[in-house]
Write a protein of this length. Structure first.
Length: 153
């Protein structure tokens, strides 16, 4: 497995959205974050000390996985049962697919009812709702920035 193959696999799962955040990190969400989607996988494109990928393992698998060579509790995310993997070779391709599919399923199951209802909407209606929500969030961010600017003036 590598970044491109994992990325293609993840984007093929239902309702997955990809963002670039926190430097060189590809973050994969179940549902758009504008509607309350939750992240389930993070690929560190500048691997360094935090490994190549972190993902939600769930409480059942977490303890087992961190015992494996090359897998550790994910920094900042271990309390919610995320693992960080040092290198792609730690797992075989079929194991990666199984782990990433499970991370997606764990996260999908934890989504609030309202978010799941939006995901169940027809694609066109869902897209319209997400676009409206993004505009609202952008407007709020602009207002907040303007308010901060006035306070510091």
């Amino acid at each position: 497995m590598d970044v491109e193959r994992a990325r293609a696999f993840l984007l093929g799962l239902p309702h997955v959205v990809e963002t670039m955040q926190w430097g060189d990190n590809l973050v994969f969400w179940v549902g758009d974050k504008a509607i309350g989607g939750k992240m389930f996988c993070l690929m560190n494109l500048d691997a360094g000390e935090h490994g190549v990928v972190s993902y939600s393992a769930g409480p059942e698998r977490f303890a087992e996985l961190v015992e494996r060579e090359g897998m550790v509790p994910a920094p900042y995310m271990a309390r919610i049962h995320w693992v960080a993997v040092d290198a792609w070779v730690v797992l075989r391709n079929t194991e990666w697919e199984s782990e990433l599919r499970a991370a997606h399923a764990i996260t999908l199951a934890k989504l609030p009812k309202g978010v799941r209802e939006v995901l169940a909407m027809p694609e066109r209606a869902r897209g319209k709702l997400i676009a409206e929500r993004r505009r609202l969030l952008a407007r709020r961010a602009e207002e907040k920035a303007a308010a901060r600017g006035k306070r510091h003036a």
